[in-house]
Design a protein around this ligand. Structure first.
Ligand code: HEM
Length: 121
């Protein structure tokens, strides 16, 4: 089971995301770009581990919910990427913060609350 990799990689993503925002806010664009690059590699880990978890639900009774969970997870990644980019260009980020909050709430409710395996055996 890939849950360890999945949880580790999105927790790491949240940490790297905060670092990017803080670096951009403090005018450290160059360092922010480097961390952003690492964050993008971490997205791939999230997608890979999430995709493998998702495959395990195919043709099962919770397939629909698992697909929604996956889409919500992709939405989280989209929001983080857009906020990272826009914070680097000093563009407004409010609408993406709202989307991030909704998407994170959805992923956590569906991931922990609804879908099968529960947190870390
Ligand atoms: C930053 C984005 C994401 C966050 C915050 C997130 C969060 C979570 C959480 C909290 C769980 C439950 C872990 C557990 O049961 O121990 C989970 C599981 C899962 N995630 Fe994600 N996820 C993200 C991205 C994705 C993506 C992109 C996909 C699909 C391509 C995906 C598919 C799944 C699936 C299928 C499960 C299995 C649910 C289970 O059996 O518990 N996730 N995720």
């Amino acid at each position: 089971m890939n849950t360890h990799l999945h949880v580790t990689s999105w927790v790491l993503a949240f940490i790297l995301f905060v670092v990017v925002i803080v670096l951009n806010k403090s005018g450290n664009a160059k360092a922010a770009k480097i961390v952003q690059m690492i964050l993008r590699l971490d997205y791939l880990l999230i997608l890979y581990s999430g995709g493998e978890l998702l495959a395990a639900y195919f043709n099962g009774p919770q397939m629909g919910e698992a697909i929604i969970k996956g889409l919500a997870g992709i939405w989280v990644i989209f929001a983080m990427e857009n906020i990272s980019l826009k914070s680097g260009r000093n563009e407004p980020t409010k609408s993406w913060w709202i989307q991030l909050a909704i998407a994170v709430l959805l992923t956590l409710i569906l991931g922990f609350g609804r879908l099968g395996f529960g947190f870390l055996p």
